[in-house]
Design a binder for this molecule. Sequence first.
Ligand code: PMP
Length: 345
Amino acid sequence: MAQLEKGILYGGQSALEAEAARLVCEMVPCAQKLRFGSSGSEAVQMALRLARAATGRRVIIKFAGHYHGWFDNILWSTAPPADAAAPVPGSRGQQQTTEDVVVLEWNLLPELRARLARGDVAAVIMEAAMCNAGAIFPLHGYLEGVREECTRTGTILVFDEVITGFRVAPGGVQQRLGVTPDLATFAKAIANGFPVAAVAGRADLLDLVTQGVVHGGTYNGQAVAMAATVATLRRLRDPKTFELLEARGTRLMQGMQAAFDQARVPAVVAGFPEIFHVAMGLTEKPRNWHDLLGMDKPRYTAFTTALLRHGVRALERGAWFLSTEHDDEVIDATLEAVALALREI
Ligand code: PMP
């Protein structure tokens, strides 16, 4: 509110932007430097451009079920059918060129290793914990293996932390899981709902913006959005914020799994206390997009519809997100609604 009075758009850098950048660089392991933007989709584009410029290569590897924004070059196979033999476009009207994008199954190292060996890959981009579909952890050693292969082949590793950033730990999933990418993208939680995104990472990569790599955006680093970023990150930096989120989210997850078990409805509740997923119809933790195809979607839709009748809105795709404003009372009320909704279905 105070910043609105002082100024909205300066058309240049401000002290606020520097402060926001400093906070990100202190909190996020890979962040030596960064650029701000306005949406996650844009930040992803910048990361890919930097990777191509740095390597002189053109191919981008992404994974089935991972979402990196709505732009033509990356909106491939975000929800492909089981038998997809080629990348599947995500939208009507999308440009149809797929020669620069390769889609692989996530959590499988040999396939990735073989493709990287061809030496033409600029970047591997992934949700390091897969949260657009499911809330799936990398298998033990997978991220470390990907990191090693990317380093060995000179490929830029990009973690898309638009969902996980400032949410599963102050420094994102890279901090929580202990693997540092070359670049990472952020949005959503970084400014608590204001349109802010960032691409952060190795200084030598970010420095390419002074060496012929274009990054435009009228609203990049807009002052009100930067004020929101500073306010948000100061709160998220406080360890108490995460202690509470962890405790409440864990209670909600465990309470929900117990409710499903008690009702004898097969379901797996898995993920982080701050972001988890309910895979109804599965009895084992899913490992990738392919496993998620076994979910009982109609039944889950019946469940979320029943939840609505009891005052809880849950996403039909199975994802649950915790906010700092979900206090113990909200968790109790949610668990009550879950029990009632399960009875109804
Ligand atoms: N990457 C990931 C992992 C996302 O979840 C999203 C948004 N759901 C995006 C990129 C795109 O971000 P935005 O909607 O801000 O363009």
